[in-house]
Design a protein around this ligand. Structure first.
Ligand code: COA
Length: 145
């Protein structure tokens, strides 16, 4: 088992093969459109995003990402938004997502973030609450596409 960490802006990106598996995971769990590797690199290389992957053998079986943003209301101090948390069905329940979320929280602490937040559906409220998150205010959105 191997945990890998990528920040395309600062440390280089995933390899093509790992991206291919990551995009399969995103498609399976979020019905996300599959970008080519070059599109993926182009679209995320200006963001401060850290992508963690959990690999078993040569397969990416779980992932979680953390985006860092400076907050104008906190003197530019960063906050982290966790996104894209998922584990392949046949590997769920082994603690992989919990482990990756823990690593993101450690990273947020190292980076001096004042908070870590995420949005989730009702069905995952218990999962995050059991991992220390608490419900706070509401997420509002307008769908543009
Ligand atoms: C939610 C998800 C990421 C958990 O991944 P995982 O690797 O199986 O998680 P872990 O093994 O670290 O944790 C599993 C634990 O969470 C519990 N759990 C998993 N999904 C849960 C849910 N929706 N609600 C409550 N508990 C949940 C399991 O029962 C298990 O409990 P335990 O610690 O008492 O054994 C995974 O179920 C998944 O990929 N779901 C589909 C995609 C998704 O909804 N992602 C979240 C987007 S915000």
């Amino acid at each position: 088992m191997l945990v890998s960490k990528y920040n395309p802006k600062f440390d280089g990106c995933l390899h093509v093969q790992q991206y291919k598996q990551l995009s399969e995971l995103y498609l399976e769990n979020f019905n996300a459109p599959v970008l080519t590797y070059n599109e993926f690199v182009d679209r995320i290389n200006s963001d401060d995003v850290t992508i963690y992957t959990f690999e078993v053998g040569d397969k990416v079986v779980a992932t979680a990402s953390g985006y860092l943003y400076p907050s104008l209301l906190h003197g530019g101090q960063p906050r982290m938004q966790i996104e894209n948390v998922c584990t392949r069905k046949e590997h769920q329940g082994n603690g992989y997502a919990s482990h990756l979320i823990g690593l993101l929280i450690e990273l947020a602490e190292e980076k001096g973030c004042y908070k870590v937040s995420l949005s989730c559906s009702d069905k995952n409220l218990d999962f995050y609450q059991n991992r220390g998150f608490k419900q706070h205010e509401h997420t509002m959105r307008i769908d543009l596409v």
